[in-house]
Design a protein around this ligand. Sequence first.
Ligand SMILES: C[S@@+](CC[C@H](N)C(=O)[O-])C[C@H]1O[C@@H](n2cnc3c(N)ncnc32)[C@H](O)[C@@H]1O
Length: 402
Amino acid sequence: MKLLRGLTLDKPKLRCVVSDGTRIDTKLLLLREGLSKEDLRQQEPRIADVIKADDLEEAEHRLRIDYSYWSTEHVLKTLLPHLKEVPAAFEAVGHIAHVNLPEELRPHRFLIGQVILDKNPQLRTIVNKVGSIENEYRVFQMECIAGKPDYVTDVVQHGNRFRLNFSEVYWNSRLEHEHQRLVDTFKPGDTIVDMMAGIGPFAVPAARKRCQVYANDLNPKSFQYLCENIKLNKLGSRVVPFCMDARHFMQGLAGSAKSGNSSHEDQSGQHEDGQRSFPADSLVFQHAILNLPASAVEFLDVFNGLYDEHSWTGTLPLVHCYTFSKGAEEHAEVQQRVEAALGAQLVEPLDVHHVRDVAPNKVMLCVSFRVPQHILFKKSAERGDQQQHYKRQKCDAKVAAQ
Ligand SMILES: C[S@@+](CC[C@H](N)C(=O)[O-])C[C@H]1O[C@@H](n2cnc3c(N)ncnc32)[C@H](O)[C@@H]1O
């Protein structure tokens, strides 16, 4: 073999030493395809002596390379030779693969889906995003292009189990690192408020870290899977789930609004529809998360005057708000939008974390800041002027954004 280095079969996933198929005491050493006896002797003159001395035989061997051998990319390039680029990449969500085919590939979608399905044995369902309209629950329409239209799947991330129906709730596997990054900043014993929690990708790992979590989502289906994931991860009351608008949720936790839920609660404080009651006292928390990048900043006004000064103890809360930005002067522009929404200036500098590039010239950011007490606590009359100023700025920012 040393002598023939460089002359043996060299194809990914294929071995160059194989069984002879007829004799158990004999193996075949496969040489590069198309290499004749004459070529071999020319390229390695010593081989004739080795063959003689070691009593080797030279033989022809037919190797069959079929569909199962070739990569998705190779098969698609072969089947659709007119395409400049083939869509071999996908986002996996449990047994589901999600592709986002451009319009010109729509006529080939079933073929593309079938090849992806054939080539990835862990997948059972291939979906293509349809249209660009997402509803307020951030769920996109999809079409099953191969496999079974079964959208309920399980995902495991960092030891956390998530069950979800991909056609009914928001899920983005590309945020796995970001969920972990933020949760890593929490300390065991912290109280976390997740205002747009989805099915729990922040709430579950935070609770497993022994934080106390209050998690809310407007989408009743997200709420249903959030409850299921609390059970799957055996979190008990370490995650308290809610299903309502984020503003209403925060007002409820602060004690400035009641749940609005008229159903009867059982002994554990749970209502017939699975919702919990707000805590009896105003909730003091260390972190609030708003992950609804398209509009989360607009919810920040809820923190303005949310608490009575006497009902808060300890450090002021950190808010982690996700948003999109156009790149270049992201920091200054975001700071302006945040302060306009809050209705006052921040005291400590804003921390801006780049989460990911969403599109050319569009980035997703996580903006973290501590809510100053002049914002969080109910106002006295003399701050009215300042508030008016920021109200005007907020209107200007809205007009500019349009
Ligand atoms: C981008 S997803 C993020 C979900 C989750 N935090 C995650 O990281 O996967 C935004 C979520 O906000 C929820 N949502 C939209 N409007 C809301 C509102 N007004 N109040 C509370 N939740 C809302 C949607 O249903 C969706 O689950």
